[in-house]
Ligand binder design. Sequence first.
Ligand code: AKB
Length: 313
Amino acid sequence: MQKNILIIGACGQIGTELTFTLREKHGSDVVIASDIREGNESLMESGPFELLDATDYDALEELIAYYEIDEVYLMAAMLSATAEKFPMRAWNLNMNSLFNVLNLAKEKKISKIFWPSSIAVFGPNTPRENTPQNTIMEPSTVYGISKQSGERWCEYYHNKFEVDVRSIRYPGLISWKTMPGGGTTDYAVEIYHKALSDKSYTCFLSANTSLPMMFMDDAIRATLELMESDYNTIKVRSAYNLSAMSFTPSEIAASITKHIPEFKISYEPDSRQAIADSWPSSIDDSKTQTDWGWRAAFDLERTTATMLENLKV
Ligand code: AKB
């Protein structure tokens, strides 16, 4: 039976590509895009779109009933750097939107949820290298606290009410179709744009700050593989660790220099440095590999080649 899918936060960095991929796979009419504001032209032209505030339960309930939605991808969130500036707004958006979809699933008005978690659930007391699936989690950022709490609620709703909610701890995501906004890992996208336009980039993190990262194609494939996995293979109902690569600003700069020899990077760390320093430098996703067969395809060199190739036209 054909399922109708709702994407909340469809105009953001992940939401845009998720919408295109799901529309290609299932057809445009059954994938409803929604966001608090309109997105870029190609997204708006690709299928049905609704303005939606994810914190408004009644509006969401109405939309779900109108389109007979079965599956929801909740991608709306305030990311790490912006959340530090607006803690209460971040908490309100990140938590209330999640409660709205969890409660709709509890009421059997939808049957499956994807909700993104993040490496931000970890904190300064977490082992930084090869961070395991289960370990110390004491996030020190507003965003991390909201994602950690969200994970606990997802697991609770699954255990208590059998809600089929699935989640991934995304690393920093690198993509060329839509810019990220308000995150600490955003430098790894900005750097490619600036390398092409200015042949130079001033990085807001220090040269040797290593963070887990992933190319968007891998992130979208992981999301769909998780959502398509058999119910019983999903053993983790908080969120799965997910890994592809880790690199520092100086390493990404070196990979760009192979394509643009005159490229220069300089460093002016700002308040985002403290956020990055509280996060893991690499992630152990062996549980994810075992449970649903995850394997990443893009390393740093392939990511750099693909980004520059697509951004230069
Ligand atoms: C951010 O930098 O806030 C996000 C994330 C790692 O969740 N990209």
